[in-house]
Write a protein that binds this ligand. Structure first.
Ligand SMILES: C[S@@+](CC[C@H](N)C(=O)[O-])C[C@H]1O[C@@H](n2cnc3c(N)ncnc32)[C@H](O)[C@@H]1O
Length: 274
């Protein structure tokens, strides 16, 4: 079997698995090609590709998302103008992805305090968004805000597109591998929330390239501060050092904020060092 045949077969095998059937082909191919080059057998490459997809995406889900049911419930609450129920549902669904679950504890002040540091924002890019756009009702932004969201899951991103519209924003969503194809769109602000440790498992160099290529004035880069062993002091130190590496060749202005479950760096992009 030649190499391109193996790549095609690997894609088919991964897409056949119920857990990864909704992952975009681009992400599977980028990981799969790399694994085919590294592993001794085709079977081992397929397994390694699935394991990597689990590490960067599947592991965060705390149950099977029922996007059609979620959308129906949210649409009903919106139609009844029941804002309390709408927010209640957002919280309930955010709890099904561990990244947003951890943020629920700080949701009431997280976005208010972040946006308080920024001029008025008209457009947002949410990189590897997971279910973070469900927090739009807590973001102090105008309903006409252009919201660009990307993730590797096709079904998640379609749901997110419908949600943004329901929440009053202007959705621009795409299932994409942002490490290989960073968004080219221009916006005021980008969220790179809790993604760096995940991206680093695939390609460390690509993470800093992605951040520098984003065509925005402000970037919010955050790291998770919840460790099972309670070693948060160690994590804070480790992630502070990793962030310093990411911005080491720049003159960007950085504001650091520490929340109970998240370490945040707000970057204002200025000229890069020559
Ligand atoms: C740690 S979660 C963070 C989710 C969200 N940013 C948040 O903080 O709530 C990582 C997310 O990145 C997505 N992801 C991982 N690698 C990606 C890639 N190369 N391109 C696009 N999305 C990716 C996963 O599917 C997952 O939803």
């Amino acid at each position: 079997m030649n190499r391109e045949d193996s790549v095609g077969r690997l894609l088919d095998e991964v897409l056949r698995s119920p857990r990864y059937g909704h992952v975009c082909a681009e992400a599977i191919l980028n990981i799969g090609r790399n694994e085919l080059g590294k592993r001794r057998t085709f079977k081992a490459a397929v397994k390694a590709t699935k394991d990597k997809l689990h590490q960067i995406g599947g592991a965060y889900f705390r149950g099977i998302p029922r996007y059609a049911v979620w959308l129906h419930k949210l649409t009903t609450a919106k139609r009844l103008r029941d804002d309390q129920e709408f927010r209640h549902l957002c919280i309930q669904f955010m709890a099904l992805h561990s990244s947003t679950l951890e943020r629920l504890k700080i949701l009431d002040h997280f976005y208010d305090s972040l946006f308080a540091q920024l001029p008025h924002v008209h457009s947002i890019i949410d990189i590897a968004c997971g279910l973070n756009p469900l927090a739009i009702p807590w973001m102090p932004i105008a309903s006409s805000t252009d919201y660009y969201a990307y993730d590797i899951y096709q079904d998640l991103i379609e749901f997110i597109g419908s949600f943004i519209e329901l929440a009053g924003g202007r959705p621009h969503v795409e299932a994409a591998d942002v490490l290989h194809r960073p968004p080219r769109v221009r916006a005021d602000l980008a969220f790179v929330l809790k993604n760096v440790p995940c991206f680093d498992q695939v390609n460390k160099a690509a993470t800093s390239q992605l951040i520098s290529q984003l065509d925005v004035r402000y970037v919010v880069v955050s790291f998770p501060l919840r460790s099972l062993g309670g070693g948060d002091r160690f994590l804070t130190k480790q992630y502070t050092a990793r962030f310093a590496e990411l911005v080491q060749d720049t003159n960007w202005a950085v504001t650091r904020m520490e929340y109970k479950t998240e370490l945040v760096f707000l970057i204002e992009k200025t000229e890069t060092k020559s």
